[in-house]
Design a protein. Structure first.
Length: 416
């Protein structure tokens, strides 16, 4: 973000900085004066013992020592702040700048014997540290050092799924897992998992499970309760993810669970039964996958919806020139797996809906029923498919999370 300010604003800023600096010096001066008085008072009247003639009093002229530990101990993890110390003096000024001259802000300790940076540092950057401290005689010492941060070979971002802005207005369905999707493989899964946090209101038992080397999901023992508030955090900035990969930044998201919408697709009856908060509100004929292309069984979770898409059978290996190839525009689509399964409008199979399963794995509905479904179902809502003749939905296929038994899920797999 560019920063533009008027000249007079900059002048005021410098003036404010000078005032703050003078105030800081006054505070330090007052503290030092008090210390000098106390040192002098130790040998005064009132029962004290004066220094013997020729003996030396307290040494107050030794230069104040300034220590910047990070300058002496190799590259610094950018998640660790730069600290400046003066054990026997008072810090009066500390400035930290990167190679472009951009300043890093920080705070003095209450006694002005320490200063700690508070701005996030960058990877692979050398910072210049200029510090000044005064001793008891108020004689200034200056020190300039450099501090380098580690140069991460690879940085990984922890993206949240679904994107919060995608569901900000609608909320999520009761089947939606919480997902952090890393942009690089994570080797230190157990360590990373310690830095993932979930707050659920009202509380419901839940656990993390690694779907693959990049994706970690969190779900409850059962579907979320309608109205649940969920906050997730990935506190991974600077964290060693393993194999030379470090967390690029922290991330967090908030979600609200809307009403429970569950569709039960029975391949024996070819009927789709709709439940709203546990009560049946609709039932419609449908057609599932044919024996050659059976729909996956088990709970499916809607991951996205679109008024229309182009469906191409080549996406699952049946390409142009092969039997069963198709490429056409399809309306009112809600994805329930990345294997090409959708709930959608299928005017071409209305005659078979409710009578036989003829699709390539999708849930076919008439245009009117597809419109009703599209209007009521969204991201995170559930489609439970039974009696299709297909295999269970794999855990890695979008949201096959609910196919994993809770005792297995709860045990976790962070060390695998």
């Amino acid at each position: 973000m560019s920063r533009v300010g008027a000249v007079h604003a900059r002048v005021r800023d410098r003036g404010g900085e000078d005032v703050r600096r003078r105030r800081s010096l006054l505070v330090v001066s007052a503290v030092l004066t008090a210390i000098v008085v106390l040192v002098g008072g130790c040998g005064g009247s009132g029962g004290g013992t004066s220094a013997a003639p020729g003996s030396k009093g307290p040494e107050i002229t030794a230069p104040a020592a300034i220590d910047v530990p990070a300058a002496d101990h190799g590259p610094l993890n950018p998640a660790t702040p730069i600290v400046v110390n003066s054990a026997d003096g008072m810090l009066t000024k500390v400035t930290v700048t990167d190679g472009d001259g951009k300043a890093v802000t920080g705070d003095f300790g209450a006694d002005h014997r320490s200063w700690t940076s508070k701005d996030p540092l960058n990877f692979g950057t050398t910072y210049r540290v200029d510090a000044q401290a005064v001793n008891l005689a108020q004689v200034a010492t200056d020190k300039t050092v450099t501090v380098a941060t580690i140069d991460a070979g690879h940085k990984a971002y922890a993206n949240v799924v679904p994107a919060p802005d995608l569901v900000a207005q609608t909320g999520i369905g009761v089947g939606q897992p919480m997902v952090f999707q890393f942009t690089q493989p994570v080797a230190n899964k157990a360590e990373v998992q310690k830095h993932l946090k979930v707050t659920v209101t009202p509380p419901q038992p839940g656990a993390w499970y690694w779907v693959d080397d990049k994706d970690v999901h969190y779900r409850a023992a059962q579907y979320w309760q309608p109205g649940t508030k969920i906050h997730i955090e990935a506190d991974v900035f600077g964290l060693d993810l393993g194999d030379g990969v470090f967390g690029a930044e922290n991330n967090s998201a908030d979600y609200t669970v809307h009403d429970a919408w569950i569709a039960q697709a029975d391949g024996n009856t070819e009927q789709l039964t709709i439940l709203h908060n546990g009560a049946q509100v609709n039932q419609m004929p449908m057609s599932l996958g044919s024996p050659g292309f059976p729909s996956h069984e088990g709970p499916h979770v809607i991951s996205e919806k679109s008024p229309s898409i182009i469906m191409d059978s080549c996406s699952y290996g049946v390409c142009a020139g092969q039997p069963g190839y198709y490429r056409e525009k399809v309306d009112l689509d809600e994805r329930i797996s990345n294997d090409g399964e959708f709930v959608h409008s299928a005017p071409w199979s209305v005659g078979q809906q409710g009578a036989s399963n003829v699709s390539h794995g999708c849930v076919n509905l008439s245009p009117d029923n597809a419109q009703w479904f599209f209007d009521h179902f969204g991201v995170g809502d559930v489609v439970e498919i039974t009696n299709s003749g297909g295999q269970p939905l794999p855990v890695w296929d979008t949201y096959g999370d609910w196919e994993v038994p809770w005792n297995v899920w709860q045990a976790g797999n962070a060390n695998s």
